[in-house]
Design a protein around this ligand. Structure first.
Ligand SMILES: O=c1ccn([C@@H]2O[C@H](COP(=O)(O)OP(=O)(O)O[C@H]3O[C@H](CO)[C@H](O)[C@H](O)[C@H]3O)[C@@H](O)[C@H]2O)c(=O)[nH]1
Length: 389
């Protein structure tokens, strides 16, 4: 007998399942539409080279949350990997995120931190008088932080390719994900803890699911009425944690929410190294992809072949509702926020259904944020409700 149904086996769903299975010892059934668990964090060995490939785009784990770090270390150890990204712009390679090295290379100068700050402030001031706090959208925020020339080189074209939405319509939060530094430190993340799972994402995810109280149904679509754990057979009958797209749950009753999807083109090349770094972004709009991942560089400690490498070009576009397009990122324009409010009202009325994760809440959550919010849903909503019930 199942006590709780979890729809979706990504980090959010597996964290909820693992926590409820352990304490208070509930029987949890997890279903996933795909033929593997792990959601978009799933990875697999490319068969000819053995190189671990992140099928749904590169996943880099980082957090400053002690509780999350302790929790994830129960299932995997981490390598000492530190993420660095470079960007190719007009035939030249620059370090990201924007730092003193980027600014000096871009301006062909040798400024110190204060001079660089003054230069950026002058560029930003010429464009915006209200300062960073007054910036309402991605474009204003970016210009207030780095000035117009750097914005036009590294952000404008890349963002146009990635979001296909006018940057004045996008949330300022998207750009504040990236630090701006007046030092030569080009670590991509600021977090205290960072690393990649030593034996891969799939081994980590499988260990989370490996519990006598957890059963998994793969290739099982919640919206397929022919399988027993479908929506109409289960809603109102047992507690459900739903991590699929919020608008899909309600049959797009308030219209589709805007989602961005990704297309990937992978290639195995007969060379030991293609680009010398894990991720190369492409800022120019005449290059159709946003970035190229080269997976061997995520695990320099592994014994990968020296005469082959796997690269993956990433393309970004709108997901079309009602097709097989996988929703990855909420676009979150003002129209989306209006529809989202209506969906959230519907979600509150849904008996015993709890919406979580990136897709279920329409929020741009990183892995550590999805895990943190799953832990707090278990603490604050599920455990008290299930024990009382
Ligand atoms: O060269 C760049 C890089 C980023 N951005 C803007 O900054 C935003 C945020 O950048 P992120 O790198 O956080 O964007 P992604 O979500 O695509 O990043 C994903 O890939 C990154 C690694 O390269 C990190 O792993 C990150 O956590 C993961 O969500 C982008 O949407 C884009 O609008 C640019 O304009 N130019």
């Amino acid at each position: 007998m199942t006590d709780v149904l979890v729809v979706g086996s990504g980090f959010f769903g597996l964290t909820v399942a693992e926590q409820l299975a352990n304490d208070p010892g509930l029987k949890v059934h997890v279903i996933d539409r795909r033929s593997h668990l792990g959601g978009n964090a799933y990875s697999e060995a490319e068969p000819t080279t053995g190189i671990e490939v992140h099928r749904y785009g590169a996943h880099l784990f980082h957090t400053s949350n002690e509780r999350v770090w302790d929790y994830v270390n129960r299932f995997t150890t981490f390598t000492g990997y530190r993420h660095h990204v470079y960007s190719t712009y007009r035939g030249e390679v620059f370090p990201l995120p924007i730092n003193l090295g980027t600014i000096n290379q871009f301006t062909r100068s040798a400024m110190g931190p204060d001079e660089a700050r003054a230069w950026v402030a002058a560029q930003a001031g010429a464009a915006l008088s209200g300062g960073s706090a007054a910036a309402q959208n991605l474009e204003e925020k970016a210009i207030s932080l780095i000035g117009r020339p750097l914005y036009e080189a590294f952000i404008k074209g890349y963002t146009a390719k990635q979001w296909q939405t006018n940057p004045t319509e996008l949330s300022a939060d998207i750009i504040t994900r990236l630090p701006v530094r007046y030092t030569y430190d080009n670590r991509y993340f600021n977090d205290r803890y960072e690393g990649l799972p030593t034996d891969g994402y799939t081994a980590w995810l499988e260990r989370m699911a490996d519990h006598p109280n957890i059963t998994i149904g793969l290739d099982t679509d919640f919206f397929d009425a022919s399988q027993p754990y479908n929506k109409s057979a289960t809603v109102g009958r047992l507690p459900i944690v739903y991590t699929g797209p919020l608008d899909r749950y309600f049959d797009h009753a308030h219209g589709p929410l805007g989602w961005r999807t990704l297309d990937f083109e992978s290639e195995v090349l007969p060379i030991g190294d293609f680009q010398g770094t894990p991720v190369m972004n492409y800022a120019d709009t005449d290059i159709p992809y946003t970035r190229i991942h080269e997976f061997r560089h995520f695990h320099p400690e592994r014994d990968y072949p020296s005469d082959a490498t796997v690269i993956m070009r990433e393309f970004s576009r709108f997901a079309n509702a009602g097709t097989d397009d996988e929703p990855y990122y909420p676009v979150n324009t003002s129209d989306d926020r209006t529809a989202l409010k209506a969906y959230r009202e519907l979600a509150e009325q849904e008996s015993q259904v709890h919406f979580g994760g990136r897709l279920g809440t329409y929020q741009y959550l990183d892995m550590h944020m999805a895990i943190a919010s799953a832990l707090s849903m278990v603490d604050n909503v599920l455990r008290p409700g299930l024990v009382r019930g």
